[in-house]
Design a protein around this ligand. Sequence first.
Ligand SMILES: Cc1cc2nc3c(=O)[nH]c(=O)nc-3n(C[C@H](O)[C@H](O)[C@H](O)COP(=O)(O)O)c2cc1C
Length: 156
Amino acid sequence: MKIGIIVYSKTGHTFEVAERLAAKLKVAGHEAVLEKILPENESAKGKDLRFANLPETRGYDFLVFGSPVWAFSLCPIMKEYLERSSTIVGSKALAYVTMGFSFPGFGGTHAVRQMTKLITENGGRVIDTAIVGWGGSKREERMEEMLTNFLRTIQA
Ligand SMILES: Cc1cc2nc3c(=O)[nH]c(=O)nc-3n(C[C@H](O)[C@H](O)[C@H](O)COP(=O)(O)O)c2cc1C
């Protein structure tokens, strides 16, 4: 299968998860294409945001979207990207967020709900979501669990 992993990552955490997922997918015999959303002016808001790279969502069997949590919500850059991506039609999708706190209620739960809504509004079908808290001692355990679940879902 050809899997598109589309992420925004400012400090590298969300990208690290994406790289690990891509590596697992490749070992399992899939083609994984890792694409970064690159804003030109990341402090701009809404329609004023410009993108140096606005990854294409067509042509994949499965899409995975990853974003950080900002201010207890979905990072506005991913929000704006998903609002502009009207081509997710028919795609099966997975969505995950990374966050500083280890408690999902401090923005993670809200952020994955926002992602699910935006992807669904664009015609995608969200099969599973995950929240990876970067703080605390259980990060590695949670990340491994999330990666294993995503791989299983993609292969189901
Ligand atoms: C502007 C900003 C706001 C943030 N707000 C939250 C928050 O509300 N809750 C939280 O748990 N972490 C918050 N964080 C931490 C990030 O979500 C966390 O470090 C994430 O893993 C960063 O992902 P990245 O390295 O891919 O950019 C915030 C970080 C930034 C830069």
